[in-house]
Design a protein around this ligand. Structure first.
Ligand code: IDP
Ligand code: MG
Length: 160
């Protein structure tokens, strides 16, 4: 099913987003969702969950040898988080611009981390860093039947 996206004219791709526990606790879910919605992206999956250490270790496996790895897993495993899948043109690259840099102090004002965060260990949101990792993360966090294909009535006013 994910294969379909590689063959569309406009390189429509998918992005995995997770609002981390600090984002949920601080009441930022609405404003974060709004920023992706208003850009023109389509939400095709959303759920709240308390992530297990197991899924977090798999999710962040590329960082397993970093000194902050254990703290990172502890931070996110406090939960709850909101996991989402968004769809749109060039969404991985543009989504990272909406999110900002890894460290909120390096993030421009106007980005999510630049507007709402102060520390790298409390940076509010996760977003996939490539199309390949987005597909890996979507398969890790979502079952196929949790992704909803629907026609957005605005599509022809977002895409020419
Ligand atoms: P990203 O979330 O911007 O893609 P990554 O390098 O993939 O950044 O790191 C994953 C997460 O690990 C970050 O979002 C942040 O929560 C945490 N992290 C990254 N670097 C540090 C650090 O130097 N100290 C503490 N936590 C870090
Ligand atoms: Mg990353």
């Amino acid at each position: 099913f994910l294969f379909f996206y590689f063959f569309t004219i406009f390189i429509i791709s998918l992005l995995f987003i997770m609002i981390k526990p600090d984002g949920v606790q601080r009441g930022l879910c609405g404003v974060i969702i709004k920023r992706f919605e208003r850009k023109g992206y389509k939400l095709i999956g959303l759920k709240m969950l308390n992530p297990t250490e197991e899924i977090l270790k798999e999710h962040y496996k590329d960082l397993a040898d970093k000194p902050f790895f254990k703290k990172l897993v502890n931070y996110i495993s406090q939960g709850p988080v909101i996991a989402m899948v968004w769809e749109g043109v060039d969404i991985v690259k543009q989504g990272r611009r909406i999110i900002g840099e890894t460290n909120p102090l390096d993030s421009a004002v106007g980005t999510i981390r630049g507007d709402f965060g102060l520390e790298v260990g409390r940076n509010i949101i996760h977003g996939s860093d490539s199309v390949a990792s987005a597909n890996r993360e979507i398969n890790l966090w979502f079952k196929a039947d949790e992704l909803i294909q629907w026609k957005n009535h605005s599509t022809e006013w977002i895409y020419e």
